[in-house]
Design a protein around this ligand. Sequence first.
Ligand SMILES: [Zn+2]
Length: 479
Amino acid sequence: MKTSHLVVFLIIFFFQSLFSQSLTEKKFTSNVSQRALLSSVRELVNIGPRLGGTASGDKSVKYLSKKFKSLGLKVETMEDPEHLTFTNQKWFLAVEEPKSLRKLIKNEWLGGFSPTVPKTKSKVVYINDPGSFEKKQIEHKAVLLDKAFSQKSYQRMVEFGATAVLLASPKLAGAYSQWALIADLQESENNKIPLFNLSYGNGNRLKKELADSVPVVISFSAQTSIDRGSPKTVVATLKGESDGYYLVCAHGDSDSGGPGADDNASGVAGVLEIARVFNGLVQSKALPKPKNSIKFIIWGSEIHSTEHYVKRNAKELDRILAVFNFDEIGTGATRNCLYFESNDVPHNEKLMKLFQKVGEEFAGKKGFWQEATTNPSQGGTDSYMFFPDYLRRLNLPDVKIPSVTIYTAAWNEAKSLLQTQGWASTAWKGNPDTVVVDYSAYYHSSLDIPELTTDKEPFNMVGAVKAVGIVLLHLAWGK
Ligand SMILES: [Zn+2]
């Protein structure tokens, strides 16, 4: 070999080793398909609310099994314990009087566990304090409220002969002005009158008419079914060299009972996409078999199914090397930020540092995110079921499983959290001591639909999938 050839060879070798990691990362990230993510969300939302144990939940399980199987992955479906389920089959709500408001009702929604009621016409009465009203005020009337009500108040409304409850959404800066936050009745087969959730704007409009002494009459009907049913959880496995496994998961139900595009068809689409890309790379030998297996799990019902999973796997919880949970990766009202939760759990440190590093390294780059940060625990999603204090509550061994939720929005208004000391991210553009958790304007609402969330901001899902993919390359392949 000539010296000049050797020099060229060494230079190439040098640059290859310098960039070998990013080349592997590129293999993953360049295969992430925005189109596949968006079409998964649309297909899931078209199935219905996908609540665990209902017909639409079962249909979504079939859809997911088929998708995972088409990749060539081994798929199991686990039946979770029965619970009371609600199916919203058909409902109707319209203003009859004043005639000028006949087209008012648009983005309203029937609350969960509402009973079936025939077509009914009722006068509307506004009650300011849901804890205080008399029979003569509400008898034979639909009660308009603009504050949350207790089960005791609901029972009294029933007892006093009210025909329905109309609940106006809260007044928030960025949500529910023209669409409805979905609130449910208490889970029961014995609720007597339906709950209709109104947008803030429409609730206010009706209130104004009533305040001006204009009679308001509505007509409504509801056809629902309330049954016991078992949610089903889908588990697909990409086999690795060892017994330990990483768990990539998302809740498959729209926990509000609404369309649930962001919460959580976006998360489910993310799991499907990671499975598709990794499996494709392994099958084409672009990547070797991973050192550890990766399980892709779609929970039938948020928390309920996860709790069942840890109970079922009580004896081998130590096989779970880490949990990656996607919950709401489809939108963000004010930022383009990826959040990684929880950085305040000591045994999460190593995993969170890796997320922080990836978040910082790719922020601002083309095809990635603008901002990224880890944040302290907020609770309320499936990653928490793997933490020692939750396991202990179920009398399970309190093994220390690193567990993270990846999201781009939570709740229906921005929330400021004190950043955990030592965790300020250089990819965070705000005050380093604070994490402002971005929100979804369509959180748990009648308009959590693809057109207003994922279709509008597809980069959220793309970014979340890329971040988890890169972290998994480091962990499961040692790349
Ligand atoms: Zn969720």
